[in-house]
Design a protein around this ligand. Structure first.
Ligand code: FAD
Length: 508
């Protein structure tokens, strides 16, 4: 019998070493399963895009002469669980062995390891050959540090992989251009064109609905904008490098209600399902700088996200799972407001970010961190509930990257392992970085009263609630001093305002 090689829905890399040769004694197995559609409530586009990309990948493999067993969601033989399907396929093919690529999610890794220990045939695991660093690479790089500062790891990565280096020195003489990358965007330069493909996936959508898969958000099944294969992902990468990368840095932190994407790449889905390799994306960005097409601060800012943050969060995840997703350092327990699932709120910044998320399964980093994340943290929402929301609604949400970003960076639930201070702000920051406040029911300049922007009172209430804890963070010292100097009556008024705000949180 053959060897079965499992390919998970986020392992769609046609350049994987497995595929270098055609082998008659290997059957590649891809499966659409309720186990994967149901572990959290997902955005419709996320399920559609992953399954559509898996189907395309299966067709490409067959076209290249590989043997493929593709189990659709409505295949009568589908047991809807990974290990039950593997057992059935081993029997069906009289397989002699099973091979899988190391999953990126702890959930699947644990499931496969437990199954392998009692499987009827030998089970071997192989590298997915995608990342720069092994799973334990960050833990080794930062061993002994109490806080896992990304910057340490990032500089090592730059040196080790010789990215943006001139000899031993960082290109341009600086490692970090963050200070140049914090401008609001007022309409100039114009936003890049959206050159993404558009696919009709109505047939797939009907079979998902018929199978009873529950989702959230607009499926846009007749015109889905996410790439389904590597060729489309490469076209998208080209368009990003040409049109958006030159401006990526300056407007990296900007917010806009007119052009929500701004100069971001929209490449996270293609990267996370492994249609693109991080190394090639980084190499293209570096070449754009060396060719004089894009300025160094833009290219460094972009490279930092992929060579630095993306690898770093993966290392944090593997070093701290399974405990990490249970952490709640600030003891937050409030339910997430119902309008996170509808976008129905009078707060314009949140409304724009939430509606866009529900319509398109996408929001850029600052929307996730400083709008939806910031509000949930200030309001004291339960981090596990916030985690499940982010894990469900974004096209690029896979737990290895989502959980550290949500629980660590955004909600400070790990008590400061990742972020040296909580990412919180009052309305002033949102007003400075974006244009939402003009069309908002609330006034960013008011701190108390009916029209006061809720971010203001919630911000000071958060600081007061967690003063002892935050005072221990050196980077919070200035803000804690500001809090301490506030007249008691003013603080009292702010905290009363926060209490009223939280009482009517579902109607903000
Ligand atoms: P760009 O801004 O164009 O950045 C380029 C690439 O860099 C991205 O495609 C991504 O691969 C990588 N990148 C950028 N920032 C990060 C980061 N902080 N961590 C890891 N990689 C990064 N990213 C995900 O891929 N999946 C998630 O589930 C996810 N959840 C998040 C949850 C929260 C609360 C926050 C604050 C951030 C989250 N991020 C997540 C990180 C980041 O917001 C997205 O990667 C990014 O917005 C994707 O859009 P883009 O491709 O246009 O990114």
């Amino acid at each position: 019998g053959p060897t079965l090689r499992l390919i998970l829905g986020d392992q769609l890399d046609p350049l994987h070493p497995w595929l270098a040769q055609r082998r008659a004694d290997v059957v590649y197995v891809l499966m659409e399963m309720r186990q994967e559609t149901d572990y959290v409530l997902h955005h419709a586009q996320k399920v559609l895009a992953i399954f559509a990309a898996m189907r395309t990948f299966g067709r490409h493999l067959r076209g290249a002469g590989h043997r493929v067993r593709y189990v659709t969601i409505d295949d009568p033989s589908n047991r809807q669980r990974l290990t039950a399907n593997l057992d059935a396929l081993i029997a069906h093919y009289r397989a002699v062995a099973v091979e899988y690529q190391w999953p990126d999610e702890w959930r699947l890794d644990a499931q496969l390891r437990a199954w392998a220990a009692q499987a009827p045939v030998p089970v071997r695991a192989a590298d997915s050959a995608h990342f720069y660093t092994p799973r334990d690479g960050v833990a080794r790089a930062l061993a002994g540090h109490r806080q896992w500062v990304m910057e340490h790891f990032y500089r090592q990565q730059r040196r080790r992989h010789r990215v943006l280096m001139d000899g031993d020195q960082p290109a341009g003489g600086r490692w970090n251009f963050d200070a140049d990358n914090r401008q609001p965007w007022r309409g100039d330069p114009p936003p890049p064109p959206d050159t993404r493909p558009s696919h009709d996936h109505r047939a797939l959508w009907h079979s998902l609905v018929a199978a009873g898969v529950r989702t959230v958000g607009d499926p846009q099944a007749d015109a889905l904008r996410w790439p389904v294969d590597r060729a489309e992902a490469l076209t998208q990468l080209d368009a990003f490098i040409t049109h958006a990368l030159p401006h990526f840095g300056r407007f990296q932190d900007a917010l806009s209600s007119r052009h929500t994407r701004l100069f971001h790449s929209l490449l996270s889905f293609a990267l996370n399902v492994k249609m693109l390799r991080p190394q090639e994306v980084v190499a293209r960005a570096e070449a754009a700088w060396r060719d004089g097409h894009a300025p160094l601060p833009a290219v460094e800012g972009f490279v930092r996200q992929i060579l630095g943050w993306r690898e770093y969060v993966r290392g944090v995840y593997w070093a701290h799972m399974p405990d990490y997703t249970r952490r709640n350092a600030l003891g937050h327990a409030r339910a997430l407001p119902a309008w996170y699932w509808s976008g129905d709120t009078g707060m314009a910044c949140l409304r724009v970010a939430l509606r866009q998320t529900l319509d398109g399964a996408y929001a850029h980093h600052i929307q996730r961190l400083m709008v939806t994340g910031n509000f949930a943290l200030l309001a004291g929402c339960a981090p596990q509930e916030v985690h499940r929301w982010y894990l469900g609604v974004y096209i690029d949400a896979f737990e290895w990257v989502e959980a550290p970003n949500t629980l660590g960076m955004s909600q400070w639930a790990d008590g400061g392992l990742m972020a040296t201070k909580p990412y919180v702000s009052s309305a002033a920051y949102l007003h400075r970085m974006g244009d939402h406040c003009n069309g908002c029911a609330y006034d960013p300049k008011q701190r108390v009263g009916e029209r006061a922007c809720p971010f203001n009172a919630l911000y000071w209430d958060f600081l007061a609630r967690h003063r002892e804890r935050l005072a221990a963070q050196p980077r919070m010292a200035v803000i804690v001093r500001q809090l301490d100097r506030m007249a008691p009556a003013d603080l009292q008024a702010l905290r009363a305002q926060a209490a009223t705000t939280l009482e009517r949180i579902d109607r903000l």
